[in-house]
Unconditional design. Structure first.
Length: 344
């Protein structure tokens, strides 16, 4: 009786041994999400890149097995070559999920996790693939500038803007350059740059740090810069309209001809408003007041009209008031920009 039982158990172990040995390797959840997203994109190159990555970090058998489970074994063969693991061809086909619902992690198989040096490239690529790149956008502007006030002139204008929508954190950066010549001599050589990083602090409030630099040979100073930080409050925020108030202290440095650089404390107050009038036409307004020894107020209005998916025509009006202008300069300046804009 005991000999019969031992013989039966031995036969069962021998019969199930090959099955256990052929158990499919388990794909890490992060890599599985990457592969699912690549398959849903509808782009063959995305799926090919994902399969190559898995084959590189986890091995070709794992890549073939994962492709077979999704019904994409032919794609894996085209990317990685002939099947080298027969078990992959016998795996049941599971269609890729139709939505972004997180998938349950595979059951633990007892297989030790790959070493860190093999997992790291896959995890970095997975994070990059899932990055919210749709939050970023940029614009390039080329146009003409018309000044009145301290100078009545026309100049050429170029600008670059980069923005990340506020989702946890946000960023805005811009640089403008204006240039012209009069009688073979430089008439305008102006550079304006500014940047602001912002962080959400609740449903309505934000913290921000900002900086700006301006250099203009036709103004009462050589260059000026401001560095500050403060708090923002989102008064209105919906799909078509945004209205934000900001306030914060900072340092303003002013470089004037024949004088040493002057650093003064300042208070920066601002209000930004934007709205979409129609699907093609938008309006925005930026108001700022820099309170210091030589206070300054700026008001900008921008109307943008779309000329297709990536092109637009932009009209910008800026009014600046210096409360204590340098001798020989007027208090107010008005500037009008007309630009063709290319979004990316």
């Amino acid at each position: 009786m005991r000999k019969t039982a031992v013989t039966a158990i031995s036969g069962l172990v021998l019969a199930t041994g090959p099955v256990l040995a052929q158990e499919a390797p388990v794909l890490e959840p992060a890599l599985q999400r990457l592969l699912d997203a690549a398959a849903r994109s509808g782009n063959a190159d995305d799926l090919a890149d994902a399969l190559r990555l898995i084959a590189l970090s986890e091995g070709r058998d794992v890549a073939f097995d994962a492709a077979a489970r999704m019904g994409r074994l032919d794609a894996a063969q085209g990317v990685l070559g002939p099947v080298i693991a027969e078990a992959a061809a016998d795996q049941p086909v599971e269609p890729a999920p139709a939505d972004d619902t997180p998938q349950a992690a595979p059951a633990e198989s007892g297989t030790p996790a790959p070493p860190v040096w093999r997992r790291a490239p896959a995890q970095v690529a997975s994070a990059f693939y899932g990055a919210q790149s749709d939050l970023w956008d940029g614009r390039v502007r080329l146009g003409a500038r018309f000044d009145s006030g301290n100078s009545d002139r026309q100049d050429y204008l170029a600008g670059l803007e980069i923005k990340r929508a506020l989702a946890g954190w946000g960023f805005e950066g811009a640089i403008e350059y204006a240039y012209s010549e009069v009688n073979s001599s430089v008439g305008r050589d102006e550079l304006i740059a500014n940047a602001r990083g912002e962080r959400e602090a609740g449903e309505r409030f934000t913290y921000y740090a900002s900086g700006e630099y301006e250099q203009d040979a036709l103004s009462g100073y050589d260059w000026t810069t401001f560095l500050g930080a403060g708090v923002g409050y989102r008064l209105i925020e919906n799909d078509t309209t945004n209205f934000v108030l900001r306030a914060g202290p900072g340092i303003r440095v002013l470089s004037e001809p024949d004088r040493p650089n002057q650093a003064r404390g300042a208070l920066d107050l601002g209000a930004d408003y934007s709205t979409a009038w129609t699907d093609a036409v938008s309006f925005s307004s930026e108001s700022s007041l820099l309170v210091s020894d030589k206070s300054r107020a700026d008001q900008r209005f921008v109307v943008s009209t779309a000329l297709g998916e990536v092109w637009a025509l932009e009209l910008k009006l800026r009014y600046r008031h210096e409360f204590e202008p340098e001798p020989g300069f007027e208090e107010s300046d008005t500037r009008t920009d007309i630009s063709i804009v290319r979004e990316f």
